[in-house]
Design a protein around this ligand. Sequence first.
Ligand SMILES: Cc1cc2nc3c(=O)[nH]c(=O)nc-3n(C[C@H](O)[C@H](O)[C@H](O)COP(=O)(O)OP(=O)(O)OC[C@H]3O[C@@H](n4cnc5c(N)ncnc54)[C@H](O)[C@@H]3O)c2cc1C
Length: 435
Amino acid sequence: MKIAIIGAGFGGMAAAYDLRNAGHEVIIYESANYVGGLASGFKEPHWDWSVEKFYHHWFQSDSSMLGLIEELGFKDKVIFPRPYTVLLHNGKWYPFDSILKALLFPGLGFGLNKIRFGFVGLYLRLTNDWKSLEQYTADEWMRKYAGSEVYEKMWKPLLVGKFGPFYKDVNMAWMWARLKARTTRLGTFEGGFQKFADLFAEKLRDMGVEIRLGTQVKFIKRNQARPEQSQREKGLLIDAGGIIDSFDKALVTTSPNLMAKFAPDLPENYLKGLLELKSMGAVVMVLSLKHQLSKEGYYWFNLPKDAGYPMLALVEHTNFVSKEHFGGDHIVYAGDYLEVGHEYFSMSDEQLLERFMSALKRFNPEFSRDWVKKIWVNKTNYAQPVPLVNHSKNIPAIQTPIEGLYFASMSQVYPWDRGTNFAVEIGRRAARLMM
Ligand SMILES: Cc1cc2nc3c(=O)[nH]c(=O)nc-3n(C[C@H](O)[C@H](O)[C@H](O)COP(=O)(O)OP(=O)(O)OC[C@H]3O[C@@H](n4cnc5c(N)ncnc54)[C@H](O)[C@@H]3O)c2cc1C
């Protein structure tokens, strides 16, 4: 078969790998001039490693991604350091990324609340019945079983931070998946995620996959085959800025909104399903600093919205991987999940820096403007799908009603929280379906 894949993120590339291995002709269309999609990175001339535009790491439970890396022969390039994630209580930071650390966290006292927190955590770790949990919102389930105090202190900030105005609507299966799959050690690729994406793309090209960078797909249509048509005019037609090519099958890996735009011929109920899916965007600033921000060497600061920080997460990348890879620069991310239309999407980089500046002093009182060497601001409309109650019933099928047209996006990753691991899983699943 001749197959088109729209998107050279990890989902699209993983699908291409399996399809090409099975002997099919594969062409990937990618609108950007680089591969890697949301997990892509950038590099300053004096850096040896790239920095992801949006903070990224793997968990030890990311078996689809780690399995693929092993198949590709890059296993020895994956490292799993042990960085520290911290949580705020009474103006102080406490490590909070293991069961022991959670039990020692003073924020819940050491009485009934701690016991409820422990039992709920244990139950969620042990159960596999996420189908029952998806019938409830995390808000109602947690209030009932963990208690309002534990919920308000521990879980609500997480939901508010990730889902903003939708926080009360997110289902409990999302929370279950989040607790289930996380590990203390966090992984990355030597050289950064972009290095891995580039090596993967190189491998695909060696196998005979064509990757058309800087090529934006505008339209996908199934042509009704008529005998007088040439081979080129039959099948699925893909229009990339006026250049039309014909394929037996195509896989789209972009957001549901884009999919609906590409293929308006999809039946109304499938289109409606695509357009009803909710998601959040993200705005993330990367700063290179002259000095280390967290003197304690913390990697990830969870910032409750009601503590008055202008961002959700502050992540000191060089407390995860060494600053030596970045010519001695200290790399810090400051970011938030936001609804598209939030003022951060239209603010200039300088305005955003002004907004974040005062907060940076709260991590290190010595911080001053002249620590900042350079900033980069990355924005995306599509960063985090929002799974509502009974989401499993609303997930668009990978095989669409248009013959030969398939769709595999972050919004169909479920009950797990989206991530590169699940992009690989769904990409490979789509490839199997296509074959
Ligand atoms: C803030 C943030 C933090 C994250 N943190 C982590 C993390 O720590 N760990 C982790 O594993 N994952 C993380 N993720 C999620 C991870 O980045 C995604 O799950 C994964 O990259 C999705 O891969 P994908 O291939 O499904 O989609 P994408 O990477 O979005 O790929 C889709 C591709 O389609 C291309 N495209 C779009 N329109 C067109 C068009 N018209 N024509 C051609 N091409 C087009 C895009 O340019 C893109 O390259 C994070 C994401 C964000 C936003």
